[in-house]
Design a protein around this ligand. Structure first.
Ligand code: ZN
Length: 350
């Protein structure tokens, strides 16, 4: 054990139904979880307490989705079929989607009751592209949004931060909370890239203006940029917002080996981003829950999830040396956000 840190109580949520969501010849495939779980099994689950993800209740889903959408997923799920051109369901998909969303709800309950200080939901299908009325981009229900709304509704939280570092913009989460200041959504994503949303000037609307933070990055962006954005930009905004809970849409498709995008993050970058989040969370005393989103190179995905879990289970008891230099692109993004987050002006000039 390294001086100044200790292991936190950490939970890992999963469910066998994730292996029954059969997408066929598709990048978001069953083999993703087979690869992750066999490696974690080999490593004795890195000391995490393993918990079966329960199914989400209809009430929890209806907090973020329309009843028409929930009914449609149930209907298509009976026989399987295409939900949109990228998104398919088999007969096992409905159960998988319910447990993927319900795992997040259970994780929030554990984090807010003090049973865990950190946790990870290793389930599929992913969620961040699903909006109120639509499944899209391999996502059926918006798992992280359901969990965040549960934190507001059941635990009466007033400030939840969702950080989305999947390489694709989390359009569904963005839109679900666009007019809310109770959920601050920060997305770092490659642009241009699917789904095409998330420009820097999309800052939310109405009472939620300023509580949506979109940070597009160019193709080729790697650890220097992603870690700087998380450590310095997200760190500063989080210190100003003081969330009571931090949730992370943890996609691993910004990895340099990923076939669906063109960024250059390494597993070392994901370790540093996770460490940055954990330092912030310890400082502001907010627990952290992470959700598996994308990541389509099986080896890169597995190594990156392991790196995340190793760093997520650590509690930082004192501030330590910076993980990254402030990148000029972080300073540029920060400059545009100072109307909403004035202390971003205090970041040192790179
Ligand atoms: Zn993605």
């Amino acid at each position: 054990m390294v001086y100044g840190i200790r292991m936190a109580l950490a939970h890992y949520y999963s469910h066998p139904s994730s292996h029954d969501h059969d997408t066929g010849d598709h990048p978001e495939c069953i083999e993703r979880l087979v690869a992750i779980e066999s490696e974690l099994q080999r490593r004795d689950w890195l000391g995490y307490k393993r918990i079966d993800a329960p199914p989400a209740t209809r009430e929890a889903l209806l907090a973020v989705h329309s009843s028409e959408h929930v009914d449609r997923i149930h209907d298509i799920g009976k026989s399987g079929g295409a939900v949109d051109p990228d998104t398919v369901m088999s007969q096992g998909s409905l159960a998988a989607a319910l447990h993927a969303a319900g795992g997040g709800v259970a994780l929030v309950d554990a984090l807010l009751s003090g049973d865990a200080r950190a946790g990870f939901v290793g389930a599929r299908p992913p969620g961040h592209h699903a909006d109120r009325d639509h499944a899209m981009g391999f996502c059926l229900f918006n798992n992280v949004a359901v969990a965040a709304h549960h934190a507001l509704d059941a635990h009466l939280l007033k400030r939840v931060l969702i950080l989305d570092w999947d390489v694709h913009h989390g359009n569904g989460t963005n839109d679900i909370f666009a007019s809310s200041k109770e959920v601050l959504f920060i997305s770092i994503h490659q642009s241009p890239l699917y789904p095409g949303s998330g420009p820097a000037d999309d800052v939310g609307s109405g009472a939620g203006a300023g509580y949506t933070v979109n940070v597009p990055v160019a193709k080729g962006s790697g650890d220097e940029i992603f870690v700087s954005h998380v450590e310095h930009l997200v760190g500063s905004i989080a210190r100003q917002y003081r969330p009571q809970l931090i949730l992370v849409s943890a996609g691993y498709d910004a990895h340099r080996d990923d076939p669906l995008a063109s960024c250059a993050v390494t597993e070392g970058g994901y370790a540093a981003m996770t460490t940055a989040v954990r330092r912030i969370s310890t400082e502001i005393e907010a627990p952290v829950g992470m959700f598996l989103e994308g990541g389509y190179d099986l080896d890169a995905l597995t190594r990156s999830v392991v790196a995340t879990l190793e760093c997520l289970a650590v509690e930082h008891e004192e501030s330590m040396q910076a993980l990254s230099k402030l990148h000029p692109s972080t300073a540029n993004a920060a400059a545009a956000l100072t109307p909403w987050w004035p202390r971003l002006a205090e970041l040192p000039v790179p």
